[in-house]
Design a protein around this ligand. Structure first.
Ligand code: EPZ
Length: 422
């Protein structure tokens, strides 16, 4: 429940990045010793990945704010409920295959932001000597003689497929050269972790990555990078609700396109080394066309959030997502709040009204993680009360978003305790 119209003031601390923590949990399967991930946010997707680790025989437990993973995988079958529910489950296949010579999993399937195939992951593993069998939505990967290093060119800069190759490359015999890699900071974080455990990954953050395989990995204590999408959400919340918010613990360069867009819309943005302050008092203006892309471009995950912040701006904004086909499921919720938005280009574009009209509260439903957070961002600006259903989606990626915003002065509360994603 959000009662909009109250400006936000104060400092919000950015938690560790979900999209770094999930691959790091998968990578812990490769390690011979215990792994401690420091300061992990309590998210349903983190709990899901811990359940995957337990399902294959590892111990995975919270120790205060840290997650500790210990023990070696003994079983090659990932538990079906979690694999089907979470896209990130596909990242657990390569390390299991490398460790045990076999991995059994389920296809994660599509989701509410469009089809999300895993063909590039599987193609890369086949190049490294794996045999892939599919029976319905069951997937059986085998490599009895182990994985071998290979030269791989990805068809597109997929974050997950790049991570799969890093994980498989560390477990393989010989070197792997990956071309066309994604360059997202979470990939650099994964490489830093693998190297801290004794691996050898060079070039992460560029389009070509070289991995020296076959080195035994030991455990390590590691602090995952901050969540740049959570930082983007807080910055967009400040723009939407108005006020003056410092987003602390995340270098502004990690979400520069979001801050640049808010600045172009008329917000004041002060960039520090490890924080950014976003101030907004008057009316925002439209910023023309924003197009998402791989890092360092505007992150696809940030597209609905920036759109939410600019719903009441005067002057046109068009947000185009080139990564996923159905990023703007939140458009129906924006419209229910009175925004005359429309989608174009088969759902890949969201046209904002640019008429400067205020929003009003409404009953809306989250259909995906970032779209759900975008509805919250919009509701902060709306007159009256909004009720946002489907908060299970939001809980996948934000540790108690409502508490984070309430500490900044937002009138927001949860009606029901956190539960599994609806
Ligand atoms: C990661 O998903 C993130 N998830 C997503 O964040 C993020 O939106 C996405 O990267 C893009 O930045 C995690 O890190 C856990 P991709 P991922 O493979 O790796 C196509 C969030 O809200 N593709 O880079 O699954 C695919 O269909 C989530 O936190 C294939 O065609 O994304 C898409 O169009 C949502 N075949 C494009 O590549 C493949 O085998 C990019 O997807 C793989 C991908």
């Amino acid at each position: 429940m959000v009662r909009g119209g109250r400006p936000l003031y104060g400092t919000a601390q950015v938690p560790a990045a979900k999209n770094s923590v999930l691959p790091l949990l998968a990578a812990s399967l490769l390690c011979g010793g215990p792994v401690r991930l420091r300061g992990v946010p309590r998210l349903s997707d983190v709990e899901g990945c811990m359940a995957l680790l337990r399902g294959v025989g590892c111990a995975a437990a919270w120790d205060g704010g840290d997650v500790v993973v210990a023990g070696r995988a003994a079983c090659c079958r990932l538990p079906a409920a979690e694999t089907a529910r979470m896209r990130a489950s596909v990242l657990f296949a390569a390390p299991l295959l490398g460790r045990l010579g076999r991995a059994e999993t389920a296809l994660p399937g599509g989701c509410n932001i469009g089809a999300r195939p895993v063909d590039w992951h599987l193609g890369a593993l086949e190049r490294m000597g794996a045999r892939v069998e599919q029976a319905g939505d069951r997937l059986i990967l085998t490599a009895p003689a182990g994985l071998r290093g290979a030269c791989i060119r990805l068809q597109g800069p997929s974050v997950g497929a790049t991570e799969t190759v890093l994980l498989a490359g560390c477990a393989a015999h010989g070197p792997t050269r990956l071309q066309g890699a994604a360059r997202e900071p979470e990939i650099v974080d994964l490489a830093r972790f693998l190297n801290a455990c004794g691996g050898c990954v060079r070039g992460a953050g560029s389009a070509e990555i070289v991995i020296e395989g076959g080195r035994p990995l030991h455990g390590a204590a590691f602090a995952p990078m901050p969540d740049r999408i959570c930082a983007s959400t807080l910055a967009c919340a400040a723009a939407s609700a108005r006020g003056w918010v410092t987003v602390a613990g995340c270098a502004p360069g990690l979400y520069a396109p979001v801050l640049d867009a808010l600045e172009a819309a008329g917000c004041q943005v002060l960039r520090g080394t490890d924080s950014a302050t976003v101030g907004c008092a008057g009316r925002l203006r439209g910023v023309g066309r924003l197009v998402t892309g791989g890092y360092p471009g505007l992150a696809t995950d940030a597209a609905p959030l920036v759109a939410a912040a600019l719903l009441t701006a005067a002057g046109q904004t068009v947000v185009e997502d080139r990564v996923f086909e159905a990023r703007f499921g939140c458009a129906a919720g924006f419209a229910a709040m009175g925004a005359r938005v429309r989608t174009g280009a088969a759902g890949r574009e969201l046209w904002l009204p640019g008429d400067g009209r205020p929003l009003h509260g409404a009953a809306v439903a989250a259909g995906d993680l970032r779209g759900g957070a975008a509805l919250v961002v919009a509701a902060l600006a709306a007159r009256g009360q909004s009720r946002i259903a489907g908060c299970g989606y939001i809980d996948r990626g934000y540790p108690a978003l409502e508490a984070m915003l309430a500490r900044l002065g937002a009138r927001i509360r949860r009606e029901m305790p956190p539960g599994p994603a609806d």
